[in-house]
Each structure stands twice: as structure tokens, then as C-alpha cells.
Ligand binder design. Structure first.
Ligand code: HPA
Length: 260
């Protein structure tokens, strides 16, 4: 399977046809996912928070998930993630094709290259999200007449709590535009294994202190349920139109592993 969708909050209800459940054993534990078809495209679907949304952001097996996708032959990963908006240009219900991140996670395994027998790798993340895959998503969105913001700085927090208004003010000063809890290290791990990875951030709420109301998970879910179908269409058209030739350097990102 060439393509995988890592579905975050709200995209978990996506249904593949001709689906089968598979389990892949990895050095980081077993990973469950589904293979099947989304419209006309064969793909793998991995629910980031588990089958019944039981795994919180800080406890997700990011390494296992990315390892498992690589193991079964996936080359390109489209990911979705619910986010809060930090800036006034991004409204609830908007989609953002993020292009940079700020990492505020605290306690997650960050790398496959732990030294020793695993080697050391200082992977290049000058362009953390695959530019070729991002372009394909933009083309897909255009075909669907769907508005998507081109680029955005994703702030990843450790969670599982939402942020304080003071934190959100700080993130805004640093150039952050959306805030979520799951984008890092997923994007980095994909690059470490040479996989193309792009992420569509779905704005489910205004970040803390911007909205008058306290943040609730129910608000996030309600917006996501509206966006779920749109995302399915965007993922399908993107994968259907995908150019087969590789126009990015993602696949060779780990060529310096062990050379340091
Ligand atoms: N903060 C962090 N993660 C989120 C948010 C938020 O406001 N909304 C959806 N995921």
C-alpha cells in the first residue's frame, strides 16, 4: 500500500470499503490498523488515538505507528489533527496545510536513532512536511473547490490538558498559528524513516483565552464531525491524483544515519 491516512480526533469514523484489520508487530509493540479502499484508492488507515479513542496524545505509540507503516510498504502519509487557532485569520472550521512546527512536547520518545546499535541521526527538518505531498493536497483541494490555508506554524504541546491563555499569548509571540498535541514527533519520525508526510490541521476551536468560552473536548468533536466528510474527500482526491515520480528528498533523509 502506497498511502496511509493517520486520522486524528474526529476522523476516526472514516469508513474504508473492502476493509480488513491488520496487526503489525514492531520493536515498539503491536500496532493495529485497517487496509481497504477510500473511494477509488487503496490505503491504510491508522487511528492515532486507537480504535475507540482511548489513547491520549502523550501516550500514543508514535514510533510503533510510523515503523508499522514503513514495514507494510507505505511511502506517503497524510495525517489529520484537530487544532486550536492562535491567530485571527484562521477560523473555526478552516483547514490549514501546516508547513512548520514549534515543538513544546516534554516527555515523548523523539527518535528511532537512540545511538549504540541504532546509530545517531540529526535529521534535517528545514522543510518538515513533504513539499511534493503538500502540493498534491493543494491541487486536490482546488479540484474540490475547497479552501485550505497554504502554510501555518503548528505548535505541539504535551497535553493532555489544554493551554493557559498565557501560553497561547507566548506561542503567538513566537509565530505559532495553530496548536495541537499530536503533530510532533510523528512528522519527525516519518522523515527519519524516509517517508513523505503532510498534515492537514482542522481548526476545531479558538485557542484558550481567545474564545470567551472555556475549551471542551465536546466542542472539538462537534466541529470535527462536520469536517470529517470533507477530509475524506480531500484525502481520496489527493491520493488518486498523486504523481508517481518522487519530487522530494524525503526518501533519502536518513542517509547520514550512523555517520556522525
Ligand atoms: N489546544 C491543543 N490541542 C487542541 C486544541 C487546542 O486548543 N484544539 C484541538 N486540539
Amino acid at each position: 500500500m502506497h498511502y496511509a491516512l493517520i486520522g486524528g480526533t474526529g476522523v476516526e469514523k472514516l469508513v474504508l470499503t473492502d476493509k480488513s484489520a491488520i496487526r503489525v508487530d514492531t520493536p515498539y509493540g503491536p500496532v493495529n490498523m485497517e487496509t481497504g479502499r477510500l473511494g477509488n484508492v487503496d490505503m491504510v488507515f491508522l487511528r492515532r488515538h486507537g480504535q475507540n479513542h482511548t489513547v491520549p496524545p502523550h501516550a500514543i505509540n508514535y514510533r510503533g505507528n510510523i515503523w508499522a507503516l514503513k514495514e507494510i510498504g507505505v511511502k506517503k502519509i497524510l495525517a489529520t489533527g484537530a487544532v486550536g487557532s492562535i491567530v485571527s485569520e484562521f477560523k473555526t472550521g478552516d483547514l490549514v496545510l501546516v508547513d512548520q512546527f514549534l515543538d513544546f512536547t516534554k516527555n515523548r520518545p523523539l527518535t528511532f536513532y537512540e545511538g549504540g546499535e541504532h546509530g545517531v541521526l540529526h535529521v534535517d527538518v528545514s522543510e518538515p512536511y513533504c513539499p511534493a505531498l503538500r502540493q498534491e493536497i493543494l491541487v486536490g483541494a482546488e479540484k474540490l473547490g475547497l479552501k485550505i490555508h497554504h502554510g501555518g506554524v503548528y505548535v505541539c504541546t504535551e497535553g493532555p490538558r489544554f493551554e493557559t491563555p498565557a501560553e497561547i499569548r507566548m506561542f503567538r509571540m513566537l509565530g505559532g498559528q495553530v496548536v495541537g498535541m499530536t503533530g510532533v514527533p510523528e512528522v519527525v519520525l516519518a522523515r527519519e524513516l524516509g517517508l513523505c508526510y503532510a498534515s492537514i490541521a482542522l481548526i476545531t476551536n479558538q485557542a484558550a483565552g481567545i474564545s470567551e468560552e472555556p475549551l471542551t473536548h465536546a466542542e472539538v468533536i462537534a466541529t470535527m464531525n462536520i469536517l470529517g466528510e470533507t477530509i475524506a474527500k480531500l484525502v481520496e482526491i489527493t491520493c488518486r491524483n498523486q504523481a508517481s515520480n518522487q519530487k522530494c528528498a524525503c526518501a533519502t533523509a536518513n542517509k547520514e544515519a550512523g555517520l556522525f
